[in-house]
Design a protein around this ligand. Structure first.
Ligand SMILES: Nc1ncnc2c1ncn2[C@@H]1O[C@H](COP(=O)(O)OP(=O)(O)OP(=O)(O)O)[C@@H](O)[C@H]1O
Ligand SMILES: [Mg+2]
Length: 256
């Protein structure tokens, strides 16, 4: 898997109202990479994601997946959004099965993979429950199972845990980190939570706003075998502070 985002510019609006939102954004993603994109609100993070997902097109520049230009959405990219995006009238299992059915997989394969991925996210017992009968964290795990079950080359996560309370959020982070280590998935995570970025990603790009552009890229080399301890390590705290300082410099100064 190789994703190439090359010199992507994106503007919205016309004439005088035209606004440059992304300015020559370039980066690469290879199999097994876990990239976090952080930046202030409005810096264009979701726009980058939507372009990679094929939900919108760059104004200039290109996005290629394994050498092929991204022209529209496809099941080679699985998406998970901040808001639970499950179909409320389908059970957890039916939600997970949905995308695979669209892919034209056989009924037995769909059934088998649905069971497997519900188990991967720890929800085998919830297969027959409707989304409203599940907690926010459980719903988000179903959404992740649904994305993974379609066997995407790339998992796109736009603030997937933003709506969850802190405890569930931390257990989801741990879950995703283990999943990454176990399955070697390739992911692009958007977050404004620096801790989340450092806990999950092996590389962090900082996006500055107006217009959105990558101003810094940091490799994460923390030892994360014990997730709970990492948060307290001096190395982690120093990295977090360094990134936070970088981000603060991008925020407009408050009137004094
Ligand atoms: N479809 C659109 N039409 C016009 N402007 C848009 C559109 N989508 C995004 N924008 C503008 O592009 C800029 C970047 O938006 P985007 O949603 O990508 O930011 P973000 O970094 O994801 O912010 P947040 O952290 O708040 O989610 C904003 O100024 C937004 O108003
Ligand atoms: Mg956003």
């Amino acid at each position: 898997m190789h994703l190439q985002v090359s010199s992507v510019c994106k503007s919205f609006g016309h004439g005088k109202a035209r606004k440059l939102v992304l300015d020559h954004v370039s980066f690469d993603l290879h199999s097994g990479d876990f990239l976090a994109l952080v930046g202030p609100s409005g810096s264009g993070k979701s726009t980058v994601m939507r372009l990679i997902a094929g939900l919108d097109h760059p104004s200039s520049g290109s996005i290629c997946l394994d050498g092929q230009p991204v022209l529209g959405p496809g099941s080679d990219r699985g998406m998970v959004f901040q808001k639970y995006s499950l179909y409320p009238w389908l059970t957890a299992a039916q939600n997970v099965a949905f995308g695979m059915e669209l892919q034209g997989r056989s009924r037995s394969e769909v059934r088998e993979r649905t069971g497997y991925f519900l188990e991967v996210v720890g929800l085998a017992d919830a297969a027959r429950r409707l989304p409203r009968e599940l907690s926010g964290g459980m719903q988000q795990r179903v959404a992740i199972a649904r994305a993974l079950a379609a066997d995407p080359k790339l998992l796109l996560l736009d603030e997937p845990f933003g709506a969850l309370d802190i405890q569930i959020r931390e257990s989801m982070q741990e879950f995703l980190h283990q999943l990454w280590q176990r399955t070697g998935l390739t992911a692009l995570l958007i977050t404004h939570d620096l801790e989340e970025a450092l806990l999950l990603a092996n590389r962090v790009h900082i996006l500055a706003p107006n217009p959105g552009r990558i101003v810094r890229s940091v490799a994460v080399t923390l030892d994360r075998t014990a997730m709970a301890d990492v948060r307290l390590s001096a190395e982690f705290l120093a990295m977090r502070e360094d990134l936070a300082r970088g981000l603060r410099a991008l925020e407009p100064a408050l009137p004094s």
